[in-house]
Each structure stands twice: as C-alpha cells, then as structure tokens.
Design a protein around this ligand. Structure first.
Ligand SMILES: Cc1cc2nc3c(=O)[nH]c(=O)nc-3n(C[C@H](O)[C@H](O)[C@H](O)COP(=O)(O)OP(=O)(O)OC[C@H]3O[C@@H](n4cnc5c(N)ncnc54)[C@H](O)[C@@H]3O)c2cc1C
Length: 525
C-alpha cells in the first residue's frame, strides 16, 4: 500500500497489521541513518521492505552528529582518499536531493604559522579536486584582516590568515524523519517503537524475526527473505541472537558536543581547528541560531541509547574553545551537552579509535544474516546501495538498478528562505503554516520558534509518539536549549495529548520522563 503521508495512531495500527500478513523481501533492524538508507534503497528498487526501530528514528547516534555532510578533511590528512572521494560524491548528491535540510557551509581554518598555511592551502585544493563537479565551492587563502572580519570573535594574536573552504551542514534527525516518510512514499513501511528480540530460522538460514511493540507489548513474527542488522553500536546484540557465541565486532567511540549561544561565536562561517592537543579536529558550527562545538573520541565499553558526556570531555572542549574564542565560555554558558557513540569496526591490536577507518563494512553470517558497521551519516545512501547489492548477490536475486542517487527526499523544494524558521520542513512548510489558524505569531517557545502547529504536525505526519520525540528529534529544542525545552514540555505534552486522545496521566508521565532525561543535557555549575 502506498500512502503519500503517514502517521497518526490509527494509521499506525493499520500498518502494524501488515507485519505478520506480508512475506517481506527485506526486514531491516535499526532506524538510524544506516537502516533508513538501506530501507529506502530496498523500497525504491521495488522490494517489499519493512524497517523496525526499537525507540524513535535517530534516537541513537544519528541525532547526535556534528551535523556535517562532509568529505572529511581529517580523513584526507590520514591519506584515506577513497573515503573522501566517496563522501564528497555523497555530500554533493544529498545537497541536491534534500536542499531543505543540507546547506552549503563555509568553514575557516585559522592559520598561525607559515607551514600550516602551506599545508592547508594545498591540502584543501586537493579536497576540492577530489570532489570534482560535486564540489560545493573552491577553497581560498584569506588574509589576516579578512579572517578577522569574517571571524570577529577569534583570537588575533599570532594569526597570519585563514583558509576558507566549503562543506555541507544539515539537520540529522530531521533528515531521518524525512527518510522514514520517503520509505512510505515508495511502498515500504518503517516503524518506531518496535523492538527486535529474536530471529526466525528455516533450517540454518535466517527467515525472519520476532519483535515487540514497546507501547502495547504486542508480539509479532515477521517473515523476511533477508534480515539486515543495522543497529549501530548494538550490532553485537543482534549477532548473538543468531549465534550466542558470536565475538565482538564493534568498538564504540564516544563523541560529545556543547551547544552555546551565538554571542560566543557570532560568525556565519564555521570554524575548523585541524589539530587539537589530542590530535583531533574541533568544529564550531553555526546551527539553528546557536553554535555547536565538538567533538571528542573516547573509547567506551558499554553501548547505550543515552550515553553521558564525561567531565574530561566537557573540560577539553571548553578549554580548546577558550584558546580560540575571545569571549570564553564556561560551564554555566552551555545550553545543552549531547553525546553519541560511533559504531566503528573493532580495532586491530594497539590501534586507537581515532585511527579506525570510518568506511563501512558489510558482514554476511553463515545463516545469511546481513550486518553493516561503521560509515558516516554523509554516506548513508551509498551504504544502502552497497548493502542491497550484496543481498542480491548473496541470495542470487536478479539485480535491480539503484534509483537513489537522483531521488528527491521527502520535503524536497527548490524555494528555500534562509530566514524562515520553517524552512527545514521544505515543501511541508506551507501546510504547517496553514494549520496556524490566525495564531502565527503565538509561539510556545519564542526563542526556539516552536509553534503548536509543529507539534500537531509531528504527531499526525511525522510519527512522533512521545514528548521527547517532539522536543529532541522533530524540533531540536533539547539539543539547542535543554532548559527552555523543559519549560515548554508541559504545554507540548498537552498539545500532543489533545492530538492523540491521551489523558492527564499520560501528560504527567510524559512530562516527568522528559524532565529526567533533559536534566542529563544540562551541566551542573
Ligand atoms: C560524535 C559524533 C559526531 C558525528 N558527526 C558526524 C558528522 O558530522 N557527519 C557525518 O556524516 N557523520 C557523523 N557521525 C557519524 C554518524 O552519526 C553515524 O555514522 C551514524 O549516525 C550511525 O548511524 P547508525 O544507523 O549506524 O546507528 P544509530 O543511529 O545508532 O542507529 C541504530 C539504531 O538501531 C536501533 N536498535 C538497536 N537495537 C535494536 C533492536 N533490537 N530492535 C530494533 N532497533 C534496534 C537503535 O535504537 C538505534 O536507533 C558522527 C558520529 C558521532 C558519534
């Protein structure tokens, strides 16, 4: 069944009935960037496709990125030209296919010595060249005066100039939601709040999966010719459902970001510090009228959907930012802190997580369970293409051609107005504005520009089920200003309850659950 829009409660129930009655070609476990990319690829090739996500779409790593659609200057420095080439092509394709969510972002690397000038000017010319006709613009050296004009808050002592280059910048969880909508538009299904807890086998071969609706606790058996494990840092849990003795394939590496008011970084250009004291890259990226500063690379043992920033990571980012910003941020200035886990392939002996390749890796178990590791948000489409190609090869299916390189993602529009807070909704913006019923200027949050109509829209059309879904991933309130998001949570819950037919107990539970979550995004002084 193809529907152009989803997704209120009633329609969810109708779609859930198809889970057990359909013989699926592909069932995909995990609704982050990777799983959504695979499901969209499979659905657009005409396969009967279903995706199951245990929490909300992009609840894991995919809502916690640095928000860059990039070739990866750092990977070039590591000599990984193949990855940079692949990511640069994907950056260009995504910029074309989702212009409402991806923008051309200029970056400046401030230079403090002649050697760095030489290194980065030449290096970024190579970066431009690798992207070829999909480049977002040429890099140039800019003078000290020009650098200071463009980055008014940057420390001037010892500065000799800068290199300006272009990459993409996007809204990660909004893209995830739009991908889920695109899956429906191409005949597939994608469910949030359905957890996979078993595999069905026909002899030795995987033939489906068992799952549970985490809201109703109803269990389902899903028959599928191919099952794909795209669960990010949780892939080993699914591999153990297939083979309880399966070893460790994943190494999780934590990265955190701090969100600050734009007064600390009032520039339109992003800042790129190519080599921090721990040998990483630090970005300060303007995002929804705030600035996101990150990230770190800390190996962690346990996978979690809500990883916590370590004190030493917070101190490291504040210290490094203070070395470059004229106005130095303190803990009290942090509007939100968020952490994510990179799903990296387990390292070779003695290898550090920052040295592990960010390329993706596909594994096929003897039972024909397909597992995918690593990768980046930027390359989600290519990961989907490669995985579906591999399924076709392994299961001897007739090859079908990919259509995703030029496929518009839900919300695609050519007319983007940068100053419109609703521009991220793309072609849906006018429908949301049409729901404002004369109260266009009445914001639930004036500072974050959140309107009641967006909340009703998120429930009816974007599969939002909880206050957290709305405040963290449909709007980005939790990441942009955790305290303000807590203030508006009761009103958001009331609007949702009205749209979903929920009672006061639901409102109370939702607000409490949201408060205890949002506390973790705030720093104690
Ligand atoms: C700090 C940081 C910054 C980054 N910045 C960038 C960037 O700027 N640009 C870029 O291109 N990339 C970036 N990345 C990389 C990118 O974010 C990740 O590669 C990508 O989000 C991983 O997506 P995923 O779908 O594999 O994993 P996830 O997003 O974690 O998705 C896996 C999903 O599987 C679900 N799941 C697990 N178990 C089950 C189960 N039993 N049943 C059902 N569902 C299940 C989880 O709930 C989860 O939602 C960054 C990563 C980090 C950590």
């Amino acid at each position: 069944m193809i529907l152009s829009s989803f997704h209120d409660d009633a329609r969810r129930k109708v779609f859930l009935q198809q889970l057990e009655t359909t013989q699926w070609d592909l069932a995909i476990i995990g609704g982050g960037a990777t799983g959504l990319g695979i499901a969209l690829e499979a659905a657009t090739r005409g396969y009967k496709t279903v995706l199951l996500e245990q929490s909300d779409f992009a609840k894991g790593t995919s809502s916690r990125s640095t928000k860059l659609v990039h070739g990866g200057v750092r990977y070039l420095a590591q000599g990984n030209v193949k990855l940079v080439r692949e990511a640069s092509i994907e950056r260009g394709l995504l910029y074309r296919n989702a212009p409402h969510l991806v923008k051309n972002q200029s970056f400046i690397i401030p230079l403090y010595n002649f050697w760095d000038r030489l290194k980065y000017t030449i290096g970024l010319k190579v970066y431009d060249w690798i992207a070829g006709r999909l480049s977002l613009g040429s890099s140039v050296f800019i003078s000290r005066a020009d650098t200071l004009k463009r980055l008014p808050n940057i420390k001037s002592e010892g500065l000799i100039g800068g290199v300006l280059y272009h990459d993409g910048q996007f809204d990660d969880s909004r893209l995830a939601v739009n991908l889920a909508q695109s899956i429906y538009e191409h005949g597939g299904l994608a469910f949030n709040y359905i957890q996979v807890n078993g595999l069905i086998k026909n002899g030795q071969q995987v033939a489906g999966l068992e799952c549970m609706d985490t809201e109703t606790k109803q269990h389902y058996k899903v028959n599928a010719k191919a099952v794909v494990n795209a669960t990010g840092v949780f892939v080993d849990d699914i591999l153990r459902l297939d083979n309880p003795k399966a070893g460790k394939t994943i190494a999780a590496s934590q990265g955190i970001h701090l969100v600050l008011d734009k007064k600390f970084y009032p520039a339109d250009h992003a800042l790129m510090i190519p080599e921090t004291s721990d040998g990483r890259v630090l970005f300060a990226v303007p995002w929804h009228d705030k600035v996101v500063v990150g990230t770190t690379d800390t190996p962690v043992e346990t996978a979690s959907l809500e990883p916590l920033a370590l004190e030493k990571e917070i101190a490291f980012i504040l210290d490094t930012a203070s070395q470059y910003f004229v106005e130095q941020p303190t803990r009290a200035d942090v509007l939100s802190v968020f952490a994510g886990l990179r799903p990296l392939a387990a390292p070779a002996k003695g290898q550090k997580t920052k040295e592990i390749s960010r390329s993706h890796k596909i594994m096929v178990s003897p039972s024909k369970l397909f597992t995918i590791l690593g990768g980046k948000w930027t390359t989600f489409r290519k990961m989907g293409e490669d995985l579906v190609d591999r399924v076709e090869t392994e299961l001897n299916w007739e090859k079908r051609k990919t259509a995703t390189p030029s496929m518009h993602i839900h919300g695609y529009t050519n007319s983007i107005s940068e100053n419109d807070p609703f521009s991220i909704y793309g072609s849906d913006a006018h429908r949301i504005k049409g729901m404002m019923n004369g109260d266009a200027g009445v914001w639930i949050s004036d500072s974050l520009k959140i309107h009641k109509a967006q909340i009703v829209w998120a429930v009816n059309e974007e599969m939002a089920r909880t206050v957290e879904d709305v405040l963290s991933r449909r709007t980005r309130a939790l990441l942009l200003d955790a305290r303000e998001s807590m203030r508006i949570a009761p009103e958001v819950a009331a609007v949702m309850a009205d749209a979903m037919g929920k009672d006061d107990t639901w409102i109370k539970e939702q607000v409490e659950a949201y408060r205890s979550l949002a506390e973790k995004y705030l720093l104690k002084a």
